[in-house]
Structure formats: C-alpha cells, structure tokens
Design a protein around this ligand. Structure first.
Ligand code: AMP
Length: 293
C-alpha cells in the first residue's frame, strides 16, 4: 500500500530523506477517480525513478462556476487500492485548505498556448492548472513528471511553462489509453448513459477516419477535419474541432510542412469530452488507431 500524506510538511520531510539518500522521484498529478489511463502514467513513472509520488487533488481553481466541481467523481479508497496495484510509493491527498490556506494572489499564466481550444471555452482553466502544477512541483520537487497526451493542450502548456520558467523537471507525455472500441478513458465517461456512450464512440472513430485519410496522403486540414466531423453525430455537440501545430498549438491549414494534431471537444449531454490524435507518419507514439475496430 502507498503511504498516504494529507499534509505538505509530512510529504516534504519524507521526500527530503529520500533525496538525501540519492533516490530519484517521479510524479503523477491527478484529480482521482482513477482509471487505466492514470495507471499507465504511474507505470511509466515507476520505470523512471526510485520513488513514485501520485497526487489526488480536485483543484477548485481550474473549474469554472458552471462546471462539474461539485459532482466530480471521488473514490479515495478505490484510488488507493489502484495506486497500490502499480507500486506507487507515496499518495499525496491534501485538502483544499492545505493547498489554498488563503486565496492566492500569485498565479502562473502561460500565454498564447492557452488562448484557443479548451482555453477559449473554459476561461481561467489553464491558469488554475499551471498554478496548481507549479505548487505541486514545488512541494514534490520531482525529477520527472508524467502527463497524459489525452489532455494535449495541458501537456503542451506544462511543457512550455517548465521551459520558460527553468523548472528543473523532465516532462514526459504518455500515450492516451483507450477502451477496446477506441473511446479514450476519462473519469467523466462514467457520467455517460449507454446511448450517449455509443454516440461518443463517433469521436474516436472520426479521429481514426482522419488518420486513415492522412495515411493515404491527404494533407489538407479542412478535408481531414471534415472526415472526422462526419462521424460526430447529434445529439453530440462539437465545441471545437481543429488541426493544430503540435507545439505552438496554432491552427494549421495544411500538413504538407510537418505533423499536426487534431484536437476535439464535444458535449455529450451535460458531459464534456475531449480527445486528440497526432497526424504524423513518423511518430511511434501514435495510439495505434488502425489496430482498433
Ligand atoms: P485528471 O485526473 O483527469 O486530471 O488526469 C490526470 C492525468 O491523467 C493527466 O495527465 C491526464 O492527461 C492523464 N489522463 C487522463 N485520461 C487519460 C487517458 N485516457 N490516457 C492517458 N492519460 C490520461
């Protein structure tokens, strides 16, 4: 079983002892309600350091006023058992008061990368993310931190923050874990009715259809996006569906000059789902969509 730490001070003390012994530390920040996608990040972390720290913190500052903070799924006992199953050493489960003892007046804001996509529909979200990730990095001081490619804009934003602010941590992006039918695992999938889940399959099917067209030589972004869009049917509502540059996240019109990423956000009833797929023939990190039905 992982050792559970509710306070910053107790975790810091243990990690300082470890570091004095020359042990390296890998970190996986999460909001809990853990699933196989989170576990794949923890396994990656396990390979990369002597000690693995997982945090479970539903960060209020990254939720908008009309979002699902209050109904975000929570399962501390189940999460602890799952962390144990992949050999996590330390589980940091702080209260909101522990992380925000008073309203902060200091924030970390990454410009440009956070303007579009999820940033456009969720004002303040990424500032909440980058601020809490900075706080968690300062608490854990990891050598390496693992994030999922599933949240592509978040991964790119954290990478850029670490680069711009000279944070001494290596950021690893881990591939998206999918169900056997292609749907990307998400803590929010449990909100979906069976009918909605069936419809939501269209998201990954659309991305895969675009990937196939890309593999056959299509390079026009609009054509690839239309191919994806055709699979995303009512009552799903598309918030955005864009072809972006993998690092700058700026929109691309063509992939003649290099790889791109299709990023999509969809509303399935009250549930907001995101997914993405890299269009890059050379990238072995592409989740093998051709292997899916
Ligand atoms: P969350 O708990 O949703 O904030 O996610 C915590 C971490 O798990 C983030 O780095 C996510 O990108 C990652 N993650 C969530 N879903 C998946 C998935 N299906 N595959 C891989 N990583 C994921």
């Amino acid at each position: 079983m992982p050792r559970i730490f509710p306070t910053i001070e107790s975790l810091r003390k243990t990690l300082a002892d470890d570091r004095r012994q020359g042990l390296s530390v890998a970190f996986v920040p999460t909001m809990g309600a853990l699933h196989e996608g989170h576990l794949s990040l923890m396994r990656e972390a396990r390979k990369r350091a002597d000690k693995v720290v997982v945090s479970i913190f539903v960060n209020p500052t990254q939720f908008g006023p009309n979002e699902d903070l209050d109904r975000y799924p929570r399962d501390p006992e189940g999460d602890t058992a799952l962390c144990a199953s992949v050999g996590v050493d330390y589980l940091f489960m702080p209260s909101v008061e522990e992380i925000y003892p008073q309203p902060g007046v200091t924030t970390v804001h990454v410009e440009s990368l956070t303007d579009g996509l999820c940033g456009a529909g969720r004002p303040g979200h990424f500032q909440g993310v980058t601020t809490v990730v900075t706080k968690l990095f300062n608490i854990v001081q990891p050598d390496v931190a693992v994030f999922g490619q599933k949240d592509y804009q978040q991964l790119a934003t954290v990478r850029r923050m670490v680069l711009d602010l000279c944070m001494p941590v290596e950021i690893v992006g881990a591939p998206t874990t999918r169900e056997s039918d292609g749907i990307a695992l998400s803590s929010r999938n449990r909100y979906l009715s069976p009918e909605m889940r069936q419809k939501a399959l269209g998201i990954s099917q659309g991305l895969r259809a675009a990937w196939r067209a890309y593999q056959k030589g299509e390079r026009d972004a609009k054509t690839l996006l239309n191919t994806a869009q055709a699979r995303i049917e009512e009552p799903l509502r598309i918030e955005y569906l864009e072809m972006i540059h993998p690092d700058s996240l700026q929109p691309l019109e063509t992939l003649e000059g290099g790889p791109g990423v299709i990023a999509v956000a969809v509303h399935a009833g009250k549930t907001r789902l995101i997914d993405n797929l890299r269009m890059d023939l050379d990238d072995p990190g592409i989740p093998a969509p051709e292997a899916l039905p």
